[in-house]
Design a protein around this ligand. Sequence first.
Ligand code: CA
Length: 223
Amino acid sequence: MRLLLVEDEKKVASFIKKGLEEEGYAVDWASDGEAGLYMGLDTFYDLIILDVNLPVKSGLTVLKELRNQNITTPILLLTVRATIEDKVIGLDTGADDYLPKPFAFQELRARVRALLRRQSKTEAPVLQVADLTLDPARRIVSRGDQVIDLTAKEFALLDYLMRSKERVVTRTMIADHVWDGGFETTTNIIDVYVNYLRKKIDAGNEPKLIHTVRGVGYVLKAE
Ligand code: CA
């Protein structure tokens, strides 16, 4: 699970980031609204925690722009202003939940869990490229009518490639998203995993879906 935290107060941000990382989430941090918007549009997140009072672009503007761009990721708003009007504006603009500051970490954690649970039950659309489908909620991958068994890492890698379909992803991007950047990207572990996936997804099937972009990385597409 990868979360985006958009929060300008460094102390609050590092407290939230650290706490959530201890819970096993990968957390990216943006310190202003513009950076947060850019990251929210660029990367698939399972959840976005968005402060309302932000420099450069306000949290509500970021929220509006993400929804305008059809980003349906659940969004939890953080704010010091907790009037009914503010809550209504936030929820009307497309936020999924609202947490007034200051809050106890346990409460944040409970809301994050609840939003992620709701998301995996209701949304989690099945990803499809040609006759390859990946169901994130049920964790089932199939090509045509054949179900494909993947390890957790292979599943995470394919999930990332399918969400990035038709876009070239570098080994560094793959390392960041699938391995959380936890190893030197000079190792060939990514190539090894891509080859495992190729054997399971592409061997004996047409069209080939996983393509190498020499010197750059990989792209998943149906041609
Ligand atoms: Ca703030």
